[in-house]
Design a protein around this ligand. Sequence first.
Ligand SMILES: Cc1cc2nc3c(=O)[nH]c(=O)nc-3n(C[C@H](O)[C@H](O)[C@H](O)COP(=O)(O)OP(=O)(O)OC[C@H]3O[C@@H](n4cnc5c(N)ncnc54)[C@H](O)[C@@H]3O)c2cc1C
Length: 419
Amino acid sequence: MDAMTSLGFTPAVGDTDLTPRQRELLALANELGRTRFAPRAAQWDETATFPFANYEDLRAAGLLALCVPRDQGGGGADYATYMMAAAEIGRFCGATALTWNMHISSTLWTGVLADGIPMTEDERAEHTRRRQRHFARVVDDGAIYAQPFSEGSAAAAGRAPFGTTARKVDGGWIVNGRKIFASLSGAADYYGILCTEDKPGSRPDPRDTLYLAVPASSDGFAISGDWNPLGMRGTVSRNLTFTEVFVPDDEQLMPRGVYHRGAQTWPAMFFTLAPTYLGLANAAYDFTVQYLRGEVPGEPPVRRRMYPTKQIAVAQMRIQLETLRSLFLRAIREARPNPSKDERMRLYAAQYTVMEGANDIARLAIRTCGGQGMMKHLPLERIYRDSRCGSLMLPWTAELVLDRMGREALYEPGERDEA
Ligand SMILES: Cc1cc2nc3c(=O)[nH]c(=O)nc-3n(C[C@H](O)[C@H](O)[C@H](O)COP(=O)(O)OP(=O)(O)OC[C@H]3O[C@@H](n4cnc5c(N)ncnc54)[C@H](O)[C@@H]3O)c2cc1C
């Protein structure tokens, strides 16, 4: 076994410097993950149902309000601290970590991230007032937020305006449109959607993106479609439709025009899906070591560790895991508004490496453990399927990250080739 850190276990982010608050949170995430989430993970996967019981535990532990500022009654965790805790949860249940990310992002983006987005005084005052309502729902009522952006178009890739629209009316907005892959569908109390302001006489423009919380109880809101995917089955990411849905003004999660500014200012906001997959990579590695040592509970104590090819594969997995951890840690520690070009490149590199690497480590784990290791009663085949979905996540799919890195490496802002 690995040498233990003073935490009593090696966290998914590795044996690294941690603040006392981070240590406390990682210990909590590990305890919940090991004793509650891991034993339940197969059940959500098999039935493709939402992990409600895990959300009860997250709520009771104060983890639904982790990123709500302390002076609003929340946990006050910063970006890096959240990212570390999410990786620890991903180690035990991918679907719980991924959906928790959608919920937490709704408080993180409107909280510490919004603090770093330029706003006018009026915008700041409006935002401060509105986010208090939304934080109070999470802190006092244990409300759950989803984050459905995807529409199956170029919008979630950041290349077109969202097709879902919001028309201004007295006291609020009328929303029309459709979202796909809405994780937490049927479980969330609010759906934090991105949509385009429908301005009479002007063409749809991504600068007019609105970020609105649509209450699940709204008239004209509906959930549809099957959910029977390869992996991350517990996320229950079905389709949403909005037909003339009235959303009150105070449900704006950011003032008009601020989301677009935020996306430009804070690229690290799109990196929050990665910790789930670092956790999955760690889980594949942990399982392989345990399995080859003949120490998986309930399995025959057959050792396979003496074969050189298996030792080499474990070494390769560990090298990859350390690469993932290093890039991940550096990216979360230097995340800030308006990063330098090198910082942005490292962020992309970290996203690509974690999302592709997690599935590669799981692939090696399956090959190395062999046929008996991929049986359904063991977690490895689920980890393999869950980890496959990471590099498909917009806006930073593996393809789009390569695209951005290549372009931004070769072109400075404003540079063009002669026609
Ligand atoms: C388990 C799971 C949970 C999810 N949960 C959520 C969620 O909670 N909220 C949410 O918003 N989304 C969620 N998603 C959706 C995810 O982020 C992607 O939007 C989705 O996987 C894209 O599927 P697609 O078939 O539309 O992809 P694609 O067809 O690959 O992408 C959609 C469009 O993006 C553009 N595009 C894609 N790749 C490129 C490229 N290389 N170059 C140029 N343009 C490109 C194209 O216009 C394309 O038509 C989830 C996905 C999964 C698998």
